[in-house]
Design a protein around this ligand. Structure first.
Ligand code: AMP
Length: 406
């Protein structure tokens, strides 16, 4: 059975077609359409991605809208050059990444008209993400007509948080009338690596307590208790929490009023500053950790400061989640930085030895891929690196919804 996964941004469309029938599902094809709406778009398509047989096609052509991009992707997936299926009827279902499901969705769900309405209802909570996600859904519905479509929400995994965890200490009406609360994001990734970690530790998911660190350009840390999200660092929006590529993470909220008064910046300008000009970029001018390490090694003090700030904040989250969880089986690193950056992992865990976290520097530095342990054998809390795969998790959840539908 084949499942197509679609992740739509405002001017981009990512896709992966999975073969789900094998013991381990694998991608038959993947692709990225960029600059949708510009005078010239570009679609990069890969057959057998990551395999020795990989074949890459790059098409530069106007992509006026997402429908044109998806139709071109379908032409490539069914074409003679790098095709993998005969026609669209081979696709059993389409899984869509949807960033914000608010309190409506605790699980992935089959897309119906009322689901589309509920996703629209969440647009004010994710004005940059939900509209393109909706475009992806409507485009796929038009192209695939009767093929089941499933929405997989970034927020759904965190719907298990308790009110004392997700509420802010604001007037209660802010929550009751406007939905202001912690929602959390990256749920698909946190859930995927939590399952991988439980399997690696040889324990049922429902019995593991974990701290999962999704550290990429956007970063979040989640406390997983008995396999469910208990707390997470992002909030109403993905701006809260640890230091990110260009996002500030947690700050004193009064800074916003202070800057508005003192610098005369408008709400939109402050929004732009906090989301796009802060984090690593704001501190040291770059948001790529590879660059930042290189500059720090060359003596750039700001780059070193940004790295120190990042590790310190991560450590504070780990400490607070240890207290919240009571018992932790493993700390799990994932995403671009979490999977690749030996130094960031070492700095984040340094000094936690008395709390039961003892790293093994050689294992941490090992170039081995796949899920692996990087803590010392004697470490009471295991530290793992677990590669994330959000697209595969979306495909798995789409399959689960199909099976439930019967
Ligand atoms: P993601 O958002 O998960 O794709 O992560 C992207 C970020 O991961 C990049 O901005 C880099 O800062 C970081 N990254 C990727 N590869 C490496 C690497 N080999 N070493 C350090 N950081 C990396």
């Amino acid at each position: 059975m084949k499942i197509l996964v679609i992740n739509t941004g405002s001017s981009s469309l990512k896709y992966q077609l999975f073969e789900m029938g094998a013991a381990k599902p694998y991608p038959l094809a993947s692709g990225l359409a960029e600059r949708i709406g510009d005078s010239l778009g570009i679609l990069t398509h890969k057959k057998d991605p990551g395999e020795a047989t990989e074949k890459k096609l790059v098409k530069e052509t106007p992509l006026p809208d997402h429908a044109t991009a998806l139709r071109l992707a379908m032409d490539l997936m069914t074409g003679s050059e790098a095709g993998v299926i005969k026609d669209a009827s081979e696709i059993a279902a389409v899984g869509h990444r949807v960033v914000h499901g608010g309190e409506h969705f605790h699980d992935s769900t089959l897309i119906t008209d009322s689901v589309i309405e509920a996703i629209k209802h969440c647009v004010p909570l994710a004005p940059l993400h939900n509209p393109p996600n909706l475009t992806g859904i409507l485009t796929a519905k038009a192209i695939f007509e009767s093929t089941p479509q499933v929405a997989v929400f970034d927020t759904a995994f965190h719907q298990s948080m308790a009110p004392e965890v997700y509420l802010y200490a604001l007037p209660y009406e802010c929550y009751a009338d406007k939905g202001v609360r912690r929602y959390g994001f990256h749920g698909t990734s946190h859930w995927y690596v939590a399952k991988e970690a439980a399997a690696f530790l040889g324990k049922p998911l429902a019995e593991v307590n974990l701290i999962t660190l999704h550290l990429g350009n956007g970063s979040s840390i989640t406390a997983v208790k008995n396999g469910k999200s208990m707390d997470t660092s992002m909030g109403l929006t993905p701006l809260a929490g640890v230091i990110m590529g260009t996002r500030c993470g947690d700050i004193d909220p009064a800074i916003i009023f202070y800057l508005a008064r003192e610098s005369g910046l408008s709400t939109d300008q402050l929004d732009d500053m906090l989301n796009k000009k802060s984090g690593f970029k704001g501190i040291c001018g770059s948001n790529d950790l590879r660059d930042i390490h290189k500059r720090a090694d060359e003596g750039d003090a700001r780059s070193k400061l940004a790295l120190d700030m990042f590790a310190y904040r991560n450590k504070k989250y780990i400490g607070s989640y240890m207290a919240a969880l009571g018992r932790v089986d493993a700390i799990v690193f994932t995403a671009g930085i979490g999977e690749n950056d030996t130094q960031a992992r070492a700095a984040t865990c340094a000094g936690l030895e008395n709390m039961g976290v003892v790293m093994d520097p050689a294992l941490n530095a090992s170039p081995e891929r796949g899920i692996r342990r990087i803590s010392a054998e004697k470490s009471p809390v295991a530290v793992l690196v677990a590669p994330t795969n959000e697209e595969l998790e979306i495909a798995n959840q789409t399959l689960a919804v199909l099976k439930k539908k019967g």
